[in-house]
Design a protein around this ligand. Structure first.
Ligand code: B12
Length: 347
């Protein structure tokens, strides 16, 4: 519990101590005033760069101003959880954040405990992780957790870009931290490394080209011209994070639930035969559940189209008769890619 006796409200220092006890790797505080990034956000949405993510652009005013999310809000407590770990070997890559249990649950649990303790002292407190109407990265920067870098990721001096973010909006009046300043300097590694050139300029990402969007958020067919650029990425992409020089301090996560689970040891061919029940059982606690079986099989087909061999053809040919039209279409594309490669290879 926060070690302050009522009626005194918890202080910023007490909250940070408690956050550390709960296993958060970073915690900072900012006052609940609107972010100037709301204008960037509006402009980005107006340029259609959100693609199909209509949920994201629905209420830009709320997203830019925490006081519209919780009337009477005075402060935001922003929490960060380190999730870096070495990439497991094998065919097909999964972005690190999706290797273990769903971070929404893990981080929500910690922040809810803290929020409940704050509420018990008489203040209102609302918790969000990722899915709330909150521009998390600019607010985390204001709370001193890092700076929003050229990749658009929040980069922390000691954790690099590997903090997952969540926040408590509260009516408590707390001493704010100093905002962090930008330390990207002249570096442009993330822009250069992006396989699809989705980072169109420093601090600007066209989500429609980002492999995370194409493999996670896009529900339908992946544009054919982008498929080869996806390479072996089955779910999400860490390329712009992996090349960040601030990675030099990255350490393996302390959160056991984030470590790669057996469900992410991929057998791409066998997975093409997976039933819906098997999919739901296997990924029940994983963020991968979000793409549904048809989305995951679509992605596996794209990866096999990019890295597959003759041995993968029978499984792909069976998938050309899959009950899901989306899978059928991507399987046929993948088989054509492999056959094309085989034909081009001198015997
Ligand atoms: C939508 C979304 C996506 C979309 C769009 C990504 C994006 N950059 O916006 C897609 C599906 C592509 C995506 C991908 C990923 N995501 Co995401 N995503 C979100 C979500 C839900 C909203 C982000 C948002 O508002 N985007 C809108 C655009 C406009 O924001 P933006 O690109 O950051 O744009 C800002 C800058 O362009 C800036 N700006 C514009 N011009 C200029 C000029 C200057 C000089 C400056 C300083 C700034 C600036 O203003 C804009 C507003 O802040 C947040 C959670 C949340 N609620 O905030 C998670 C979140 C950003 N995602 C996260 C993660 C982990 C990822 C991936 C790494 C997952 C993966 N491995 O596959 C990738 C990273 C790709 C990348 N480089 O961004 C984490 C990031 C943690 C961190 N340390 O930053 C978040 C915070 C989730 C969480 N709770 O932890 N994501």
């Amino acid at each position: 519990m926060i070690d302050v006796m009522p009626p005194q409200a918890p202080t910023a220092a007490a909250i940070k101590r408690r956050a550390a006890e709960l296993g958060l790797d970073a915690c900072g505080i900012t006052a609940a005033y609107p972010t100037r990034h709301a204008d960037f956000f509006r402009d980005w949405a107006a340029r259609d760069q959100a693609g199909e993510m209509a949920w994201l652009t629905r209420d830009p005013d709320r997203r830019g101003d925490p006081r519209l999310v919780l009337p009477g809000a005075r402060s935001l407590i922003v929490g960060g959880l380190n999730y870096w770990q070495p990439t497991p070997g094998g065919r097909g890559r999964i972005a690190r954040y999706a290797l273990g249990e769903d971070y929404h649950e893990v981080l929500l649990e910690k922040l809810r405990t803290l929020a409940d303790e704050i509420s018990a002292q008489g203040a209102a407190a609302k918790v969000y992780v990722d899915t709330g109407p909150v521009l998390e990265k600019p607010l985390a920067q204001r709370a001193g957790l890092g700076w929003q870098g050229k990749s658009t990721m929040l980069i922390n001096r000691s954790r690099g870009p590997w903090l997952l973010l969540g926040e408590i909006i509260t009516t408590l009046d707390l001493d704010p931290d100093a905002p962090e300043t930008d330390h990207c300097g002249s570096c442009s590694r993330c822009l250069d490394a992006c396989p699809t050139r989705a980072i169109t300029a420093p601090y600007q990402l066209d989500a429609r080209r980002c492999i995370a969007y194409l493999t996670i958020e896009l529900k339908g067919s992946i544009p054919e011209e982008l498929r080869p650029l996806i390479g072996d990425r089955v779910y999400g992409c860490d390329e712009c994070l992996d090349v960040c020089p601030w990675n030099r301090f990255a350490e393996t996560t302390r959160e056991a639930r984030f470590l790669a689970g057996p469900e992410t040891a991929l057998d791409l061919r066998a997975m093409l035969e997976m039933t819906n029940t098997e999919f739901k059982r296997r990924f029940a606690r994983s963020p991968i559940l979000r793409v549904k079986r048809r989305g995951l099989l679509r992605n596996i087909c794209v990866v096999l189209g990019n890295i597959g061999t003759m041995e993968d053809l029978p499984a792909l040919q069976r998938a050309e008769n899959h009950e899901e039209p989306l899978v059928r279409e991507h399987a046929a594309w993948a088989a054509r890619q492999i056959v094309g490669r085989l034909a081009a290879t001198p015997q």
